[in-house]
Write a protein that binds this ligand. Structure first.
Ligand code: PLP
Length: 396
């Protein structure tokens, strides 16, 4: 599908309308949830044409499904990509992509602060297939660039990162990747297509855990990859066989969430900025990590490549993990959970969630204080969140 018809159309209009006008069963106005596993073809010649991709249609829902297809089309248009394909989860999207692109003897360059599941693919699984993995210091743009220029098949980036919101210089690193002919993949989960479009900066593929901001309501798992048509086609062919397919019911929930994506993200950007500023000035708070803050390390790069600084921030408390023990139970308006990107505010310490497998020394080495709290700021009225956090901080 061409992007031409979307030229000049803005993100919220795309989120509402992309993929919605293709003509559904009995002219329904809303995308139907198609739970059918297979599709009838009375004419064997037609069936053959659909099966060989010469004619539009579906054969079997592990491969393609009408509801799932609308979700893929919306994401494709939002990332202004040539093609998109979807997965059961974000990790399915990431692992299918890495295993499609990499073969024994090849090399991938990435950073130490990738999402926990991605790190495990790098540390435990790719090496089993004799793939050389180099994980650089996350904010050391010089080191990442230098390692990339030594030669690699894949340059895998993620920005901003979990949990301390480090920022990678996409333009510079993508250029390095191009120089050595690497396929550049960017995990855009934290930023969303509202705040950042890595493909516009030259990346080949962008991956999302749709479970987070894309769905936005914490009730459906999913993943998606958008980018160059030939690459997406190869990854789709691998996914079709290993079976990590997005379910039609989840696709429907993600689609429903997507319609309000821009409204939610603008509100979450705004709320996070206000909460970060409040926390920065609080005497019980030690450090605040948010690329929107002017004195944050990644601010200048973020300002160049992002339209908003996202709804994610983290902060550490004075008084070590004991302070976290006292603070978290007092919060009224936040889930204490290992999740992010929902309409509700969500808080959790990396020490017990994303980085629980590491020792204190390993966390320190990654720059993760023991008293760090990651916060996914929701769409609530920020005055209520700020006064809630304030009373919980006073009571430590
Ligand atoms: C959650 C997350 C993933 C994994 O997504 P799942 O849907 O949980 O499999 C990947 N990358 C980032 C940045 C995430 O936050």
């Amino acid at each position: 599908m061409s992007n031409q018809k979307w030229d000049g159309i803005h993100q919220s209009t795309k989120a509402v309308w992309a993929g919605e006008t293709d003509g559904f069963f009995e002219g329904v106005a809303q995308v139907p949830i198609v739970n059918s596993v297979s599709y009838n073809h009375d004419d064997v010649d037609e069936w053959f044409e659909v099966a060989t991709g010469k004619r539009k249609g579906h054969i079997y829902s592990r491969n393609t499904n009408p509801t799932v297809k609308v979700f893929e089309e919306k994401m494709r248009v939002l990332e202004n990509a040539e093609a998109a394909t979807s997965f059961a989860t974000g990790m399915a999207a990431i692992s299918n992509t890495l295993f499609t692109l990499l073969s024994p003897g090849e090399r991938v360059v990435s950073v130490k602060d990738t999402y926990g599941g991605t790190s495990i693919v790098f540390l435990e699984h790719l090496p089993r297939f004799d793939i050389d993995v180099t994980m650089c210091e996350t904010e050391d743009q010089d080191e990442i660039e230098a390692e990339c220029l030594k030669g690699c098949t894949v340059l895998y980036l993620e920005t901003p990162t979990n949990p301390t919101m480090k920022v990678l210089d996409l333009k510079r690193l993508i250029a390095a990747g191009k120089k050595v002919g690497a396929t550049v993949v960017v995990d855009n989960t934290f930023a969303t297509p509202i705040n950042q479009n890595p493909l516009a900066l030259g990346a080949d593929l962008v991956v999302h855990s749709a479970t987070k901001f894309i769905g936005g309501h914490s009730d459906a798992l999913g993943g998606v990859i958008c980018g160059k048509k030939d690459l997406v086609q190869k990854i789709y062919a691998f996914r079709e066989i290993n079976g990590a397919t997005l379910d039609a019911n989840s696709a429907y929930l993600l689609l429903r969430g997507l319609k309000t994506l821009k409204l939610r993200i603008e509100r979450q950007n705004d709320n996070a900025m206000k909460l970060a500023t409040f926390l920065e000035n609080h005497q019980k708070v030690d450090q605040v990590f948010y690329p929107g803050l002017k004195n944050s390390k990644g601010h200048d790069i973020a300002k160049n490549q992002m339209r908003g600084f996202s709804g994610m921030l983290s902060f550490s408390l004075k008084g070590g993990f004991d302070a976290v023990r006292h603070f978290l139970p007092q919060i009224r308006f936040a889930h204490r959970a290992a999740h992010l990107g929902g309409v509700e505010t969500i808080v959790g310490p990396p020490r017990t969630t994303s980085h629980v497998e590491l020792t204190e020394a390993q966390r320190t080495k990654l720059g993760i204080p023991e008293s760090l709290i990651r916060c996914s700021v929701g769409i609530e009225d920020i005055e209520d969140i700020i006064s809630d956090f304030d009373q919980a901080l006073q009571n430590i």
